[in-house]
Design a protein around this ligand. Structure first.
Ligand code: HPA
Ligand code: ZN
Length: 341
């Protein structure tokens, strides 16, 4: 049998994506198109000109551009088009399940209604299931740079749409905005039946990861790179198998890691943690899922067995029912048996 390359192996293996901001999939071409039809000026003369601005020294420099980009999204159709573009793209990456973050406050603060945002995204996800066979769940993130009252208001707006939203999360500027700031709203969300997740330990300290676990009762940590600063925390995360959603290309673009060769992924795997690979904001960070897998595989010389383990982890860490998880794990194991030569 012909041996397939590691990149072919990555391309063909079924994957779940668990850390993906829908606003972070906004490709410049679509951004210009939507800005034009909504009559909104963009500060850049062309797609190339805009792409040149995608050089960031930290999370905040990225967020400033990311929020500016999202500001051209006004109508339900805009949110539909954004989501549909992501789904058609990742269909080609063999993503069969995706759990998508959206940031309602980025839009409601500009006068776009919660209903407009969620209807556009939800309708595209329904079409994604029907036409592309991609299952999905929605995670509503609170912006941590805004006050907690705004988060409570957002949770209230979400209640009529509970059946469309699986979990709540926490994103945006981490430093100075610890998980403890959102303890009350997360507790309300849990009472309402939502699962919880949170970005923690991307730029913030390991203590923020402890807070996310202990105060926000999270089922997953988004990023979590800084857990390696705390041996007790590493032991705890391994013991409890609390997943980390790792985003290699994001870590490079936001200078959380200086070089993929120094990425802590293997250290985390060796310590027995449940780690997954994800794309975060692929339109801004230079690659979707398969590029994230390929670049980290090449930098760390990952084997097909390790890639297989990471994709199995992506389903184990998902919010899919156990029967679906088991079905996907069996499929991945068959794929490995066929292609591990
Ligand atoms: N971190 C925090 N907030 C975000 C990110 C991220 O990587 N992407 C979009 N919002
Ligand atoms: Zn993120």
């Amino acid at each position: 049998m012909n041996q397939i390359s590691i990149n072919e192996f990555i391309a063909g293996i079924p994957k779940a994506e668990l850390h993906l901001h829908i606003e972070g999939t906004f490709e410049p071409e679509l951004m210009f198109k939507i800005a034009h039809r909504n009559n909104i000026p963009i500060n850049y003369s062309s797609v190339d000109d805009l792409k040149k601005a995608y050089n960031f020294n930290n999370l905040q420099e990225f967020l400033d551009i990311y929020y500016a980009g999202a500001s051209v999204l006004i109508k339900e159709q805009d949110f539909y088009d954004l989501t549909w573009a992501y789904l058609t793209k990742v269909h080609k990456h063999n993503i069969v399940h995706t759990e998508i973050f959206f940031d309602p406050q980025t839009h409601t603060d500009r006068g776009v209604s919660f209903e407009t945002v969620i209807h556009g995204i939800h309708n595209a996800l329904e079409d994604g299931k029907e036409k592309l066979g991609i299952s999905s769940q929605l995670i509503m993130c609170f912006l941590r740079h805004l006050d907690k009252e705004s988060a409570v208001k957002t949770l209230t707006q979400a209640l009529p749409y509970k059946k469309w939203i699986t979990a709540v999360g926490l994103d945006s500027s981490e430093l100075g905005n610890p998980p403890s700031k959102f303890e009350r709203v997360f507790s309300k969300a849990i009472d309402e039946g939502f699962i919880t997740v949170a970005h923690a330990g991307e730029e913030g300290p390991a203590d923020y990861i402890w807070e996310a676990v202990n105060l926000l009762k999270v089922s997953r940590i988004d990023h979590g790179n800084r857990s390696l600063d705390d041996d007790q925390l590493i032991k705890f995360l391994a013991e409890k198998q609390i997943p980390l959603t790792i985003c290699p290309l994001s870590n490079i673009k936001l200078k959380v890691v200086d070089d993929l060769k120094n990425h802590p992924l293997l250290e985390l795997m060796d310590a027995g943690l449940m780690v997954t690979i994800n794309s975060d904001d692929p339109a801004y960070f230079g690659g979707y899922m398969n590029e994230n897998y390929s670049r980290i595989a090449s930098a760390l010389k990952l084997s097909k067995k390790q890639i297989t383990e990471l994709t199995i982890n992506s389903f184990k860490s998902s919010f899919l029912p156990n029967s679906d998880k088991e079905k996907m794990i069996r499929k991945i194991e068959e794929y490995y048996q066929k292609n591990n030569n």
